[in-house]
Design a protein around this ligand. Structure first.
Ligand SMILES: Cc1ncc(COP(=O)(O)O)c(C=O)c1O
Length: 393
């Protein structure tokens, strides 16, 4: 039997790889999980009742693109958050969280060829791994662009050779970034949108951490595209309730952008998509409409940033993030550091290289560990102190 070659070189996924690295050894102390980005603050308490109230709708096939009420609630949120008014009929579509949308949007929107050649999909390096799998799925060439300290922990897409930019069909950009917690400024977005205009590619803006920030709300790609009068198809944004509302298990998100892009995504979804169950769409609608719980949640993360600032005060390179809930900490070798930390303290963190690719022998994640600040405050503080004392002193 033949299996496809296109995924043959995919590295093992980060979490099984981590288990293989650590689980052969006993923990050196109380186990503290700081690996996975699964929020642990409370989600809105009314969810269970809303789902129960609509339980009869589990008997129905749900609308693929989201109910009209859900699409309206999501558009209202975009208008409140970014000052951009979207048509709920043509410019937004419900997703099962952003991950499937980031994947399926490439299938729906990446052309077979660009200027007669194999299309390129740009991704930051390190990055959320679905971007690379999407590129391989559509037969595009993934080009990994380093996002290191020197470039503000964002990829410098403007430095990519013109020949590659001319073949580029899609550029993924995650802001606030997982894993580095960096935020694309208005100027960064303006430069990227202008670059995309010049070389005629789309920007897929993964903004699922947009509501967890330190000092000010991160600017959004769609608001910048609007301010610049860009082609409405230039930018597609991806959002989710997973981090905003601690509802990773609800699988509720959306993509929004130009009517042609959304129509193509809807058509693919009509044939092959797995729509969000109706009672869950009803629940998502109420959650997008509420900001009080989001503010409360953000306050809890802001306390965590302060704890991280205190724990790592004076330690070179240990910056606490501008947004999101990951710390991206420099160490000699991420894998060796994660193993040492586990064996000596019981704290589990992810080696940075599990989120990044080697390009010509250079891996921008290799000298880092990613630390998720999701645990309850005191446990998190114990974990951070263990990291500092074991690895950074
Ligand atoms: C950068 C980034 N994008 C997308 C996702 C997917 O989130 P979801 O599908 O739950 O919205 C995650 C989840 O951890 C993420 O870190």
């Amino acid at each position: 039997m033949n299996f496809p070659e296109r995924f043959a070189n995919l590295p093992e996924y980060a979490f099984p790889r981590l288990r293989r690295l650590l689980d052969a050894h006993p923990p050196g102390g109380e186990v503290i999980q700081m690996t996975i980005g699964e929020p642990r603050h409370a989600f809105p308490p009314w969810i269970a009742q809303t789902i129960a109230d609509h339980a009869a709708d589990f008997g129905k096939y749900p609308p693929n693109e989201g109910t009209p009420e859900l699409r309206q609630a999501m558009c209202d949120w975009v208008a409140r958050r970014y000052g951009v008014s979207l048509d709920p009929e043509t410019q937004i579509m419900a997703l099962n969280g952003t991950r499937e949308g980031l994947f399926n949007a490439a299938i729906a929107l990446c052309p077979e060829a660009k200027r007669g050649k194999v299309p390129v999909i740009l991704t930051p390096n390190p990055f959320y791994q679905v971007y690379a799998v999407a590129a391989l799925t559509v037969g595009a060439e993934p080009v990994y662009v380093p996002a290191r300290a020197e470039t503000g922990f964002l990829p410098d897409y403007g430095s990519v050779p013109a020949e590659i930019l001319d073949r580029t069909a899609i550029a993924y950009l995650c802001s606030p970034a997982n894993p580095q917690g960096s935020v694309a400024s208005r100027d960064y977005w303006a430069d990227l949108i202008a670059l995309a205009d010049r070389h005629d590619f789309q920007i897929f803006a993964d903004e699922c951490y947009s509501e967890i920030w330190r000092d000010a709300p991160p600017p959004g790609a769609l608001e910048m595209a609007k301010a610049m009068g860009a082609d409405p198809e230039r930018v597609v944004i991806f959002h989710s309730l997973s981090k905003r509302s601690n509802l990773a298990g609800l699988r509720a998100g959306f993509m929004a952008g130009g009517p042609k892009s959304i129509a193509a995504a809807k058509q693919l979804r009509a044939y092959a998509g797995a729509p969000v169950p109706l009672p869950l769409q009803r629940a998502a609608e109420t959650v997008w409409a509420d900001e009080a719980h989001v503010e409360e949640n953000r306050g809890l993360y802001q306390r965590k940033y302060r704890i991280a600032d205190e724990v790592f005060a004076g330690i070179q390179g240990a910056r606490s993030p501008d947004a999101g809930f990951f710390l991206w900490l420099p160490v000699d070798d991420g894998e060796a550091a994660a193993l040492k930390l586990w064996r000596e303290t019981g704290v589990r963190v992810l080696p940075g290289a599990y989120l990044s690719r080697d390009v010509n022998g250079d891996n921008p994640g290799k000298g880092y560990i990613r630390v998720a600040m999701v645990a309850e405050e005191q446990e998190m503080q114990r974990g951070l102190e263990a990291i500092r004392d074991c690895l950074m002193r």
